[in-house]
Ligand binder design. Structure first.
Ligand code: GLN
Length: 597
């Protein structure tokens, strides 16, 4: 039976069939192909980096791609996850709070993700339970197979319809063998059967050990990992071996033999100096070509476009590799021991540094440890400083002291979200003389709630008392530093994740004392950007938004670009010819929204 006929039989959901494969309206069998990426042996293989790199290489060929991350955990989203344990919460334009891997996809593909690109077991199960209450299972006992797996397939096919993509990249979270993701793997097995040959390509990522005491690569753990996948009924088409060093032919032969995968489809994906090297590693190994052949996509490929995109990326890599002078930028935060909690900030600095031809050395400043008396000696060696996003009062005074130092000494400053709010408090206390100025987040009883929750504004926006999340338009004041950073744009779109904001009652006093609010929400007095005039301070700016989330390798975020440029002036590195000036910003509106583009 050809896939088309098989699918029409399966999609007939009734109480007298064992099948449950709801087919979204408009689904075109064979139009969208699927690549499933599994991790074996251990977690932390860089599945997201690998999958996004492979997706990028296919996109470079002119194919449209849409990734989806399938998380095993039961939370509905990543909003409640502790960044200490799970890394930063990445917020999408549509307000979805998700795993930081979605940030990797956005950066690698230069493509906005949406809700449909992220799934958790919590989402799948709540769909199933809601449907059960509505009588959606026609009197059947609801089971993991076919109902829960049916919802997973339905989600994948919905993404196919919504994105109209040539290829959906499915990254299964966790490691094969985990209880949490077993039903996702089963759903993919069924999907491959239903779509028929050439519809789904399975890639198993594995790890080749090299114990120092032995000094040679050992393939057994990788073999056992693949065997576990075979036990789930998944025969991988491609095996990608992670390892410290290039995987030897001998080891690849062994893995090929034990897993029934042709030798030429067992690839070495060893460690590289930067994640941005991985797409080229995928391409030069021919892994992309193998996927194109397995899925029969040859006719949809545009070689000239690929060549053009490859050159652009090669130039980016070349600038990444050039040896460069460095600037030292401090990040004054609370979770400094866990770098993943600032993953996007680190990336945004890297993008700007590469654009400006300078290396950015990050100096982690733990504000919970920063004593008043140590501020000068600790911050004096810096060329710029960031106070990043955060929640809760801990470390607050260390942040205020750092901002005061930056403001009064001309040290370039960028405040992000909480760093914006703290800059307002610092200004209120130390310039406006509102000595008790505070945020109700830190002191609910404060007599001077410069930063607080404003229910009336939240109601106007229809958000209740919840977090303000996702992309919002920001109006910039003509001629302001913020607007100049964005090439003179007067309206830009930024991403938000906050509950508190500047109380408008204090704005006249703050402005009268010299603080400039240069970015506002279009219809409400919600302050989104602050700055000091450049005649007063070379670079003092803050935003209620999270500009780090929308920085991309080839389109660095302007706030970060401005900071790095200002830091170069302080450090005296990079001639004026090298440094893009304000107005020469590389910013351009984001490349497409939603699951599709
Ligand atoms: N805690 C602050 C708020 O909720 C800032 C949030 C953040 O930095 N993301 O408004």
């Amino acid at each position: 039976m050809n896939p088309q006929n098989l699918l029409s039989t399966l999609s007939h959901v009734s109480d007298d069939t064992e099948f449950y494969t709801p087919m979204p309206p408009g689904y075109k069998p064979g139009k969208t192909k699927y690549v499933g990426v599994f991790g074996t042996v251990m977690s932390g293989l860089g599945k997201g980096i690998f999958a996004s790199s492979l997706a990028k290489v296919l996109k470079d060929k002119g194919l449209t791609v849409a990734p989806i991350k399938l998380e095993g955990y039961l939370n509905l989203d990543s909003g409640t996850l502790n960044p200490y344990r799970h890394g930063e919460v990445f917020v999408l334009d549509d307000g979805m709070e998700c795993d930081m891997d979605l940030g990797t996809y956005e950066r690698m593909l230069d493509q906005d993700m949406a809700r449909a690109n992220f799934s958790t077991s919590g989402q799948i199960f709540s769909t199933v339970l809601e449907k059960e209450r509505r009588g959606g299972y026609l009197g059947r006992d609801v089971q993991m197979i076919p109902h829960v797996t049916g919802e997973v397939k339905s989600k994948l096919r919905h993404l196919a319809v919504q994105s109209d993509a040539d290829v959906i990249f499915i990254e299964i979270g966790g490691t094969v063998g985990d209880v949490e993701n077993a039903y996702y793997i089963e759903a993919l097995r069924q999907l491959a059967f239903e779509e028929g040959p050439g519809g789904v390509c399975f890639v198993a990522l594995t790890y080749v050990l090299q114990p120092p005491a032995l000094g040679e690569q050992k393939s057994k753990a990788a073999q056992l990992g693949i065997k576990q996948l075979l036990e789930c009924g998944i025969q991988p088409h491609i095996i990608a071996c992670r390892a410290i060093l290039p995987v030897t032919s001998k080891v690849r032969e062994k893995i090929a033999m034990y897993s029934s995968v042709p030798f030429e489809r067992v690839f070495s994906m060893h460690d590289s100096e930067s994640i941005y090297v991985v797409p080229e590693m995928v391409r030069s190994a021919g892994l992309d070509q193998a996927v194109v052949e397995i899925l029969g996509l040859q006719d949809r490929v545009h070689p000239e476009l690929e060549e053009k995109n490859r050159t652009v990326w090669a130039e980016y890599l070349a600038s990444l590799r050039t040896s460069r002078e460095s600037v030292r930028i401090g990040i004054a935060g609370k979770y400094t021991s866990v770098r993943d909690s600032y993953a996007s900030v680190i990336k945004a600095l890297e993008h700007s540094g590469t654009r400006c031809g300078v290396k950015v050395d990050i100096d982690w400043i733990d504000v919970t440890e920063l004593k008043e008396g140590d501020v000068v000696s600790r911050l004096a060696p810096l060329h710029g400083i960031i106070v990043p996003a955060g929640f809760g009062a801990r470390g607050g005074e260390g942040k205020i002291a750092s901002i005061r130092y930056a403001r009064t000494t001309g040290l370039p400053y960028l405040g992000i979200c909480l760093g914006f709010q703290m800059a307002v408090i610092e200004y209120a206390r130390n310039v406006c003389g509102i000595s008790e100025g505070n945020s109700t987040e830190f002191d609910p009883e404060t007599r001077e709630p410069i930063i607080s929750i404003l229910p009336e504004q939240k109601q106007i926006e229809g958000l209740g008392g919840n977090m303000r999340l996702g992309g919002q338009d920001v109006m910039l004041t003509p001629g302001s530093l913020a607007s100049r950073l964005y090439n003179g744009a007067l309206e830009v779109r930024l991403r938000f994740r906050h509950r508190y904001e500047v109380d408008p009652r204090y704005i006249p006093q703050l402005e009268a004392s010299g603080l400039v609010f240069s970015g506002r929400a279009p219809h409400f007095p919600i302050m989104q950007v602050l700055e000091l005039p450049t005649s007063v301070h070379p670079y003092f700016i803050g935003t209620q938004a999270h500009p780090e989330l929308t920085s991309r390798p080839l389109r660095p975020d302007p706030f970060f670009l401005g900071l790095v440029r200002a830091a170069m002036t302080v450090a005296g590195v990079g001639g004026p010819g090298k440094m893009p000036t304000v107005g020469q910003s590389v910013w351009s509106p984001a490349g497409g929204a939603g699951a599709s583009s």
